[in-house]
Design a protein around this ligand. Structure first.
Ligand code: NDP
Length: 279
């Protein structure tokens, strides 16, 4: 089947608000790429047929969000390195007619972080052990972090991620049972909030953290996109830390997706502006 434009898009269960559409379409327009990015609402029961449909129509690729990130793997032809380690895919790419699963969640974070600090040989604490924490932890481990401590309320989830770090990467993983205000140890270089605490509409919710343990030589990153300036980032700034917000992570994911599908490195400013307009 042939289309005038190359097709890409997003398979998500709730497609009502997906800011990636505006961001990626803005990049296609800016670079005069004959591509479209289509938002598709796909239930778990429809996922197999949706991937078949993308294959039949020779889509250049697509993003997928929860609950499809693990399930989609069984319908693909192969996985990139970090997606294979994480066991989760959020970006599918057609390469020589084969559909390969990649994970750009952690890669997008890493690109943002590297502007401020190289995680190689660094000691890192990640708050949370969900999908975002998992992607970030694996990417930081592959980038050469010395130690990663996972602080999480749920021990099973936290220990599962620590086992993955210790079993599949050269980085030393530790678990911290997070049931009291977290005190950042003095040997830590980078603190990452990968929980959903503080995300709109619960902007006022605060991370269970001993703010006095934030030191000026610490880099503090937050994955929360909305609001762009969280309580954690404000507290960290007030203590003199370097801070990184979640917007860069999502823009970098968009840039990586566009690069995978079209070969073009998209203009970050254009994508950031498009995203800012819809957030
Ligand atoms: P998950 O549901 O998979 O994981 C949520 C995590 O947050 C769990 O570790 C959970 O702990 C923890 N958590 C939730 N509430 C609390 C609380 N009150 N106190 C302590 N820990 C808490 O979500 P995701 O990992 O997919 O997403 C997490 C955040 O990352 C979301 O806000 C999402 O929007 C953001 N995100 C941002 C991206 C970006 O590009 N900037 C990309 C992807 C995600 P427990 O296991 O103990 O329940």
């Amino acid at each position: 089947m042939n289309f005038l434009s190359e097709l890409t898009g997003s398979f998500s269960q709730n497609s009502a608000s997906n800011p990636t559409v505006e961001m990626v379409e803005a990049a296609y327009r800016h670079h005069k790429l004959d591509y479209r990015y289509i938002n598709c609402e796909i239930t778990p029961e429809q996922l197999a047929d949706a991937v078949k449909g993308a294959r039949a129509m020779s889509w250049a690729g697509f993003n997928c969000s929860q609950p499809h990130k693990v399930e989609v793997i069984k319908y693909l032809d192969g996985l990139g390195e970090s997606a294979a380690l994480m066991g989760a895919v959020n970006c599918v790419v057609r390469r020589d007619g084969k559909y390969i699963g990649e994970n750009t969640d952690g890669k997008g974070f890493l690109e943002s972080l590297k502007i401020v600090v190289d995680p190689k040989d660094k000691n890192i604490v990640i708050l949370g052990a969900g999908g975002a924490a998992r992607a970030i932890a694996i990417e930081l481990a592959l980038a050469g972090a010395t130690e990663i401590t996972i602080a999480n309320r749920d021990s099973n989830r936290g220990n599962e991620l620590v086992d993955l770090i210790n079993g599949k990467t050269k980085t030393k993983g530790h678990f911290f049972k997070w049931d009291s205000p977290f005190k950042v140890p003095s040997n830590i270089d980078i603190l990452v909030n990968a929980t959903s605490v503080g995300m709109a509409p619960h902007d006022d919710e605060r991370i269970n953290l001993d703010v006095e343990s934030l030191r000026a030589n610490l880099v503090v990153a937050d994955v929360i996109v909305n609001p762009p300036n969280t309580h954690l980032l404000s507290d960290a700034k007030a203590k003199g830390c370097k801070v990184i917000g979640g917007l860069g992570m999502i823009v970098n994911q968009g840039i990586l997706g566009v690069k995978y599908w079209t070969g073009i490195t998209a203009d970050a400013g254009v994508m950031r502006d498009a995203l800012a307009k819809v957030l």
